[in-house]
Design a protein. Sequence first.
Length: 172
Amino acid sequence: MKRLLLLSVLVSTSLFGFADALKSISADFTQTITDDTNKTITYEGHLYAARPDMARWDYVKPVEKSVYVVGHKVTIVEPELEQAIVKTFRDEIDLFKILSKARKTGPDTYLATHGSQRFLIKIKDSIPMALSYQDAFENRIRIRFSRQKINTKLSASLFRPVIPEDYDLLTE
């Protein structure tokens, strides 16, 4: 019985260890979105994410915008349009929750299901390298990370949207 318990602990550590040890991440990212006609658009930017449920995606190419995610609330600040959109979702959009649900499917490959969404995650040396999924519109999304910094202190203020007073504010 003790051997079975020890084996269970070792297996679950190997499956989920990278996610449990991940408290924060900052990284550059390249996001490609490919539609059902194989038309692709590529975005570049920087990601900050911290437990329990905060993320900030700063897009710099081809357009500038920032996407703040805190729990169920998403705020999108779009300087080119001089607007901000605030949405509340029923389900959290939590990177750490997705990673913690990941099950190992290959040497550096994990699969996670969050709601009806399936995510393929590439990990190298316990560091997320890429995330792929298909969205509700049948678009194939692949996000590749580079220059990752793991478990650095990220201020909570980093995740508070800054919306200029003269921007249109749209709430959904």
